[in-house]
Ligand binder design. Structure first.
Ligand SMILES: Nc1nc2c(c(=O)[nH]1)N[C@H]1C(S)=C(S)[C@@H](COP(=O)(O)O)O[C@H]1N2
Ligand SMILES: [Mo]
Length: 328
């Protein structure tokens, strides 16, 4: 067991990024009953205290190194993590607020239990998953992914979740299913900005079935070794790291297997700017954003944006022979 007691941590290590990288936390359920308390202490000591963050339940964690396989598969980037503070206070979640810095407080009291996710459409075994059942679909894994927003900023986030493919396999898609459509909760009493017409509600998204089955595509239920905070899409959100951030739909209540390409929220708003695929591509500009460079939150200056957000080795084959300019 490698978790150090807070007293053993040198002050040089006191940044959540470094400490986290040195002690990669990873869920193993009850395996480490004794370590859960120690981990909680670690977080209390190292994370900038914030009521929003403190209130979340701790998850038992175990320290695991990032294996060569995990790095090669794209499951864990070794780039420095963004701080929990950045990840939970600079958010796009239009159901709560359109100002990134205001989302956390607007979402603070969002209640995510009870919660259920209906998986339906072209499947053999359609099913409504209660949150607790959903959390048991597959073992939780840590995935450290880059997230690139279409607005030109990016972060590195240590998610906790499981492959979407595990859920889809359980419901047995029919051969006629070619796409997966996702829907966020529609409840203006709980998501106050749904009382405005800033977007058409509910927020919807879609993936081709092979994209949805790709091992990099996860349903995230946590980050930084703790349950997902409301502002990041509690209790369950999609994460598709090679696509612009808006594809990673938050607070999901419905997943439908369908035959025809779904029309996602942002495509419906402005089809010339937002296509169905929305793969990160520095060679295809948005009418407002060139997409050649990005600003990594917490760093100075900018860095070049990579094709498929740096996941070309893992996902390039999904788009072989496709014109990426026409299929933006
Ligand atoms: N339901 C819903 N999902 C959403 C959004 C939203 O406004 N509503 N914003 C998207 C955008 S534009 C981005 S960049 C990411 C941001 O995720 P984060 O706040 O956890 O970093 O969430 C995406 N998922
Ligand atoms: Mo975004």
């Amino acid at each position: 067991m490698l978790i150090k007691k807070p007293d053993d941590i040198k002050s040089s290590e006191i940044t959540d990024q470094k400490v986290y990288l040195n002690r990669r936390l990873f869920m193993q359920g009850a395996l480490l009953a004794g370590s859960a308390a120690a981990t909680g202490l670690l977080y209390r000591k190292l994370n900038v205290p914030s009521a929003i963050v403190e209130a979340r339940p701790k998850i038992s964690s175990v320290v695991t190194p990032a294996s060569e396989d995990a790095i090669r598969n794209g499951f864990k980037t070794t780039e420095p993590l963004n701080s929990l503070q950045d990840i939970t206070n600079y958010n796009n979640f239009y159901e709560f607020d359109t100002t990134k810095e205001a989302v956390a407080s607007a979402a603070r009291n969002f209640v995510t239990r009870p919660w259920s996710v209906s998986v339906e459409g072209l499947v053999n075994k359609k099913r409504v998953f209660d949150l607790d059942d959903l959390l048991k679909v597959a073992p939780w894994e840590e995935r450290i992914y880059r997230l690139r927003c279409v607005e030109g900023w990016s972060m590195v986030i240590p998610w906790v979740g499981f492959p979407l493919s595990a859920l889809l396999k359980q419901v047995e898609p029919l051969s006629s299913a070619r796409y997966v459509a996702f829907e966020t909760l529609l409840d203006p009493t709980r998501m106050p900005n749904q009382n405005t017409g800033v977007l058409q509600w509910p927020y919807v998204e879609g993936l081709r079935l092979d994209e949805a089955m790709h091992p990099l595509t996860i349903l995230a239920t946590g980050l930084y070794g703790e349950t997902l905070p409301p502002q990041d899409g509690a209790p369950v959100r999609l994460v598709v790291p090679w696509k612009y951030g808006f594809k990673s739909i938050k607070s999901i209540v419905k997943i439908s297997l369908v035959e025809d390409e779904p029309v996602p929220t942002w495509k419906r708003e402005w089809p010339q700017a937002y296509g169905f695929y929305s793969n990160v591509n520095p060679g295809v500009s948005h009418p407002r954003y060139s997409q050649k460079y990005e600003h990594r939150i917490g760093e100075f200056g900018s860095r070049p944006t990579l094709l498929f957000n740096g996941y070309a080795d893992q996902v390039g084959s999904l788009y072989q022979g496709m014109d990426l300019r026409a299929n933006y």
